[in-house]
Design a protein around this ligand. Structure first.
Ligand SMILES: [Fe+2]
Length: 472
């Protein structure tokens, strides 16, 4: 009897040890991955001004720097923007559905701006409205012998199970690496249909007097994608261009003149924060570099905007901002903390699916965590798992001249699921109301390779306990 008891006790002891070891392994696995991939060293310099990607299109006053973005709240509008260098020329966009002979026209506006000793070309913005959903349109800008034609495809009608594929690019700049990032994105077989751009565009402000010629080169460089699919813009710190010492005290001047966004349809009072609906996603764009404290216009707009989101119509709630709230790199460490303190509880309460940010020139993906219980005196200041929290993804790895952020805080915090100092882009592929797939593609790999990926289960529909729809 005594032997049996000893044996039983012994079994219990070993079971306990085994369980403990097992839990330790699980805990270790959940601590996240710092990639062992070592990126080949490459000094990041801007492409020279005579690079082919900066070439001015031929012809007198030819439209250049053509780019489009969504022009209304639901995807039936497109803002077409372009610049003419010599004279205003025409403000008109001609457009027609592919395989149709009926040509429509829309009239836009033209503006210019000065920045220190630079005077811009004639910047045209024209909103094309009432388009058919899910339709390919050709469009033409310019006049006389120097017209140029492009095309875009409108999204499907907004609805909960509409598949759609977004590309993610941030902090692109105009280096050789930037060029690789755009090429890699364009060749990706996942075929991103719209770019969610998380801020820091041209890096012109890294030049003396913020040489705005580098805004023009950036516009010509990105035209090969941005003229054919909408880029949804977010303002970063390199868009501020605040430089009173050279007589430029107005923040965001070049950016807001060059890149129009549809902020009025979402009842925003500023182009720096706004929202759109596209396919099955509701996308909220925030400004990390505008007032966001309580009672500010952005705060008031954001909190009321959340209450307008209809997850039955657009299950996927995506937030874009430039400065990440969760960042375990040494670069820009804690810079997003004040915004996190102000906004994280809203993101959790409204079950935001994913927050995309840039700013840190690397890649990082978080677990679903929150840090909203901390109240200064309760010592609960470590992020903990939270099924209502978004995944935070830093995708500021477009490849600009400031180089990679390589120094990471150690050890890797448990909230950080994966991090790697390489340039690349992301793909957010919505399958239906319950599932989306995110993948990250480093520039050094073949175009189809996913260096990191994760399935995301929609936060709203998960907690609604709806039957999951099969993932295609
Ligand atoms: Fe930045």
């Amino acid at each position: 009897m005594g032997f049996k008891l000893y044996s039983f006790a012994g079994f219990s002891f070993y079971l306990f040890v085994g369980l403990t070891l097992h839990l330790q392994v699980l805990e270790f696995c959940s601590a996240g991955t710092t990639s062992s991939y070592v990126r080949k060293y490459n000094y990041d310099i801007d492409m020279p001004l005579d690079s082919d990607v900066f070439r001015v299109p031929p012809g007198y006053n030819a439209p250049q720097q053509v780019h489009i973005t969504q022009g209304d709240s639901e995807g039936r509008g497109v803002i077409v923007s372009w610049i003419t260098a010599d004279e205003p020329g025409s403000n008109i966009v001609l457009y027609w559905p592919e395989n149709s002979k009926h040509i429509f026209r829309a009239d836009g506006i033209v503006l210019t701006y000065k920045y220190y000793n630079y005077t811009s070309g004639f910047i045209h913005h024209c909103t094309v409205e009432d388009l058919e959903y899910d339709t390919k349109y050709n469009y033409e800008v310019g006049i006389g012998n120097t017209t140029r034609q492009f095309w875009f495809v409108t999204p499907p009608k907004v609805g909960p199970d509409v598949p759609y594929t977004f590309g993610l690019i941030g902090d692109l700049g105009q280096t050789f690496d930037s060029n690789t990032t755009v090429a890699h994105y364009q060749l990706n077989p996942a075929k991103g249909q719209t770019v969610l751009y998380v801020g820091d565009l041209s890096y012109a402000d890294d030049y003396p007097y913020h040489n705005n010629i580098r805004w023009d080169t950036w516009g010509r460089f990105t035209e090969r994608s941005a003229a054919y699919q909408p880029w949804i813009w977010t303002a970063g710190n390199h868009e501020i261009d605040f430089s009173p010492n050279i007589g430029e005290p107005k923040p965001f001047k070049p950016y807001t003149h060059r890149y129009f966004v549809p902020y009025r349809p979402s009842d925003s009072t500023s182009p720096l924060w706004y929202s759109i609906k596209r396919a099955s996603a509701h996308i909220i764009v925030m400004s990390s570099y505008s007032g966001y404290g309580k009672y500010t216009p952005q705060y008031k707009w954001f909190t009321s905007e959340l209450s307008r989101v209809n997850r039955n119509e657009t299950p996927w709630l995506i937030v874009l901002m430039h400065c990440p709230m969760y960042n375990s790199y040494e670069t820009h460490y804690m810079e997003g903390e004040t915004m996190r303190v102000m906004y994280e509880k809203w993101l959790v309460e409204y079950k935001v699916d994913v927050v995309f940010a840039g700013h840190v020139h690397s890649y990082e993906r978080s677990e679903r965590v929150s840090n909203i219980r901390y109240n200064i005196v309760n010592k609960r200041c470590t992020p903990t798992k939270d099924e209502s929290a978004p995944v935070y993804i830093t995708i500021g790895d477009g490849g600009n001249l400031e180089g990679l952020a390589t120094k990471m805080t150690e050890p890797q915090p448990e909230y950080s699921a994966y991090r790697e100092a390489s340039f690349g882009h992301g793909i957010f592929d919505v399958k239906n109301r319950t599932h989306a797939h995110f993948s990250w593609h480093r520039n050094q790999d073949g175009v189809a390779i996913e260096a990191d990926s994760v399935w995301l289960h929609n936060r709203y529909w998960k907690t609604m306990a709806e039957p999951s729809i099969a993932v295609s």
